[in-house]
Design a binder for this molecule. Structure first.
Ligand SMILES: [Zn+2]
Length: 295
């Protein structure tokens, strides 16, 4: 059976819109797949090719974003553009940084690191913020926008851009918070959590829930979606690895044509030793001013 590929997205609903995916750019001159036999064996050559030729715009090059980029480039991605400065508190977990990089733009540090891993990959780093007009053309030209940021204003802005430009939006967020444990009285425990959301045109982060200003529950499992309760106490590479792995597989499933709906994964490590996962398909709100009122 021929594998379905994600060249077209049809939205069932008002207007019955169909969106053609942009044709992949010309193959790169050195298009060898040497070194990826295990991945190709697992994914199939068609899915691997779809992954390899997709262009990603990655927003955020810090602890989580640099891990994502490292994983993507090692996995064979050929084109990445990345719009941020390295700070001391990021040095322990930001990929590619060296002692002399303190104060340098994160995007430049990670671009140098990625280029050393795969010299044939096309990687561009930008210091611009997502609302910089100069970035608009970059949003237009990419296939997939990935956000690895820690603020909802940025997520919301990117969600709106993706809705307007009909881009696939993959958001990866992790959080470690202090929660008050009732059984422990005034003692507190930490909650380790991640949200990985793949938003296709017709759904956006602003309406499915989970952003600070909108926790209305369109999430696939119902119930409380708020994850901002309690204070942020830090960041752990353990949950970042889990989140990146889930996001990577979601992307493979989408590019391989196995997933054709928006999807939300929530990972929680609230009980010592136990990973809990909530996940399911999600839909946008037909009343959403961002993803359902695009003229
Ligand atoms: Zn929406």
């Amino acid at each position: 059976m021929k594998r379905k590929t994600a060249h077209r997205i049809r939205l069932v609903g008002e207007g019955l819109q169909t969106f053609e995916r942009q044709a992949n750019p010309k193959p790169l001159s050195d298009d060898t797949t040497n070194g990826f036999s295990r991945t190709i064996g697992a994914l199939g050559s068609e899915t691997f090719a779809a992954f390899r030729h997709a262009e990603q715009l990655v927003v955020g090059a810090g602890r989580l974003g640099s891990m994502w980029l490292d994983t993507m480039i090692r996995g064979g991605l050929r084109r990445v553009i990345d719009p941020d400065h390295l700070e001391e508190h990021n040095r322990d977990a930001t990929f590619g940084n060296l002692p002399g990089d303190l104060g340098k733009p994160k995007s430049h540090v990670i671009a140098r690191h990625l280029g050393a891993i795969r010299p044939d990959a096309q990687i561009t780093g930008f210091e611009a913020t997502v609302d910089d007009e100069a970035m608009l053309s970059r949003f237009r030209q990419c296939d997939i926008v990935v956000t690895c940021v820690d603020n909802d204003a940025c997520r919301r802005h990117v969600a709106a851009l993706c809705a307007q430009l009909l881009k696939v939006h993959l958001d990866i967020g992790t959080l470690v918070t202090r929660i008050v444990d009732g059984d422990l009285g005034d003692q507190s425990a930490s909650q380790i959590q991640a949200d990985i959301r793949l938003m296709l045109p017709g759904a956006c982060l602003a309406c499915v829930g989970g952003l600070e200003a909108n926790d209305s529950a369109l999430n696939p499992w119902g119930g409380d979606v708020a994850w901002k309760s309690g204070g942020r106490i830090g960041s752990l590479t353990s949950i970042n690895h889990m989140a990146v792995g889930v996001a990577q597989q979601l992307l493979y499933d989408f590019l391989g044509g196995k997933l054709d709906t928006s999807y939300w994964h929530r990972l929680q490590w609230s009980t010592p030793g136990e990973l809990q996962s909530l996940a399911g398909a999600t839909k946008g709100d037909p009343q959403c001013a961002i993803c359902h009122e695009i003229s």
